[in-house]
Design a protein around this ligand. Structure first.
Ligand code: FAD
Ligand code: SF4
Ligand code: SF4
Length: 462
């Protein structure tokens, strides 16, 4: 029996900054509280009765890790295999959807919206819980429910934006429908834990589609992108983080911003790498929780989907997915899709999938070992992880990178707040500059040393 109270959850997870704001703790039956965006643009729950007992639903407070949940969910399936980084899998693929405009409208290959549409068509589910544009003032995206293909399509594309699901789950509880749930790994884990602890959710949520995840951003990320192009935070109306150009590498996608500029509605589309602060490595506006997470590929989902960031797929501007199938029902639908040529999906070695997320695994496995060791040394509580803390195995360059990434994320939240207070975007840039330069210099040096060793290798082979 779980003896923890909401006070424990608040003191350990929320006050220490490990909360991702998912809202699972507010979705348990009979809990009173709220989950609202704080002044940094991140969801933060609060509870009316801190002494009430809490069920085991928080992805950062539970002692049940993704490997244990994966074993419970998938180990009994025929043909199931295991990979150290991907968890359980029946088959792994790379490719895209050929049919209709799923690919064109999707972030990468359009597989997520396609598989959800097939689950609806086959009547395996009645509706989908996923993230869509919001109708609320000042909020760009939120979890919602889609019951048909048209609604589903409106929710396509990745939202690097804070979301929570307690509001939508209150609706789910009132119905007797069957749902598929879409989320980043920690949200999928939270939803799985809710189903384990709550029969009403277990009866309703039957399919889990997971996204590969680098990290989540506060709402200030969108505002930073818009403000530097002249659209002030309060005038931002919409953003497409993954605008596709008809040619060029898939990784060189654009960002499309809609909002008011000098009193007129404008739409601005520019390459993502032309925006200050877009570099994913800087981790601007990253939730702290993301630095204490070790599930990169949604190991508890029936199917996980990401971008094929691999040289053989990068040149296709249309976008290519990596897909990890863990559930035989999904496998059957995928097999049929391949047979009917609806899907252009090739079996891809799991090690290649791991390679496609090399940076993500390094940050969330090797560098996590170091981050939690630092906390342990200072006697600070941290969520249970599948890696052991150690200060020994990381070279000096990666120690510096780890340290700077933490500083960059922390500073970005504070510096943007100051920019908002002074109504001046340059304040943000000025305050970030020295950390950005230090971080960049670590990568430049590494480039130089790589070039040097290449030259040395060349002369040795002559
Ligand atoms: C925060 C975030 C970080 C990511 N990081 C990586 C990464 O490091 N590496 C990688 O390979 N892939 C990453 N992805 C996944 C990738 O961007 C694509 O979403 C994935 O390849 C699916 O593309 P698609 O074309 O098949 O999906 P689409 O057909 O475009 O459908 C996307 C689906 O995901 C849902 N969705 C979008 N944003 C969210 C959200 N924030 N929370 C829950 N559901 C959402 C939409 O509602 C839609 O149903 C990330 C996605 C997100 C949201
Ligand atoms: S991570 Fe989710 S479940 Fe845990 S405290 Fe935050 S909102 Fe609640
Ligand atoms: S990095 Fe981990 S904690 Fe952060 S949003 Fe992604 S899955 Fe959740």
């Amino acid at each position: 029996m779980n003896m923890h109270s909401y006070r424990d959850l608040k003191e350990k997870v929320i006050d220490n900054g490990y909360c991702i704001g998912c809202g699972a703790c507010l979705s348990a039956d009979g809990v009173n509280g709220t989950n609202e965006l704080d002044s940094y643009g991140m969801f933060k729950p609060s509870f009316n009765d801190l002494d009430a007992p809490i069920s085991d639903v928080c992805p950062f407070f539970t002692s049940r890790n993704e490997s244990e949940l994966g074993e419970m969910l998938f180990s009994g399936f025929e043909g199931i295999k295991q990979n150290e980084f991907l968890g359980y899998y029946i088959e792994t693929y790379a490719g895209y959807v050929r049919k209709d405009d799923f690919r064109k409208r999707g972030s990468s290959g359009g597989f997520v919206t396609w598989i959800l549409s097939r689950l609806l068509e086959e009547r395996l589910i009645d509706a989908v819980i996923h993230v869509k544009p919001s109708g609320k003032k000042g909020i760009l995206f939120e979890y919602g429910i889609s019951s048909d293909l048209e609604e589903l399509r409106k929710g396509a594309k990745s939202k690097y934006y804070p979301v929570e699901f307690s509001e939508v789950l209150a609706e789910v509880r009132k119905t007797r429908k069957k749902y598929a749930f879409v989320g980043v790994p920690c949200f999928v884990k939270a939803m799985r834990l809710l189903c384990i602890n709550d029969k009403e959710f277990a009866d309703r949520v039957s399919s889990f589609v997971g996204l590969v995840c680098g990290h989540l951003k506060s709402s200030r990320f969108s505002e930073m992108l818009a403000w530097q192009k002249g659209v002030k935070p309060e005038d931002l109306r919409g953003i497409d983080f993954r605008w596709k150009y008809p040619s060029g590498p898939a990784s060189e996608y654009g960002i499309k911003i809609s909002g008011e500029k000098n009193g007129e509605m404008v739409t601005i589309t520019e390459k993502a790498n032309s925006f200050y602060g877009y570099n994913w490595g800087y981790g601007f506006f990253k939730y702290k929780a993301c630095d204490y997470c070790d599930d990169v590929v949604s190991e508890t989902a029936d199917v996980s989907v990401g971008d094929a960031w691999l040289p053989e797929y990068l040149n296709d501007s249309g976008g290519t997915n990596v897909v990890i199938v863990r559930n035989p029902v999904i496998k059957k639908i995928v097999d049929l899709g391949i047979k009917e040529s609806t899907l252009k999906l090739d079996v891809l070695d799991p090690e290649e999938i791991v390679k496609s997320q090399e940076g993500g695994f390094r940050h969330r496995k090797d560098l996590l070992v170091y981050r939690i060791a630092l906390l342990k040394n200072h006697g600070i509580w941290f969520p249970q992880k599948r890696v052991e803390p150690s200060l020994d195995n990381l070279d000096i360059r990666y120690r510096k990178i780890t340290f700077l990434r933490t500083q960059l994320a922390e500073k970005s939240h504070l510096a943007f707040k100051e920019a908002l207070r002074t109504d001046d975007f340059e304040v943000f840039q000025e305050q970030m500059q020295s950390l950005v330069e230090k971080y960049d210099s670590l990568y430049k040096r590494s480039f130089a040393s790589k070039a040097l060793s290449k030259i040395k290798r060349f002369f040795r082979s002559e």
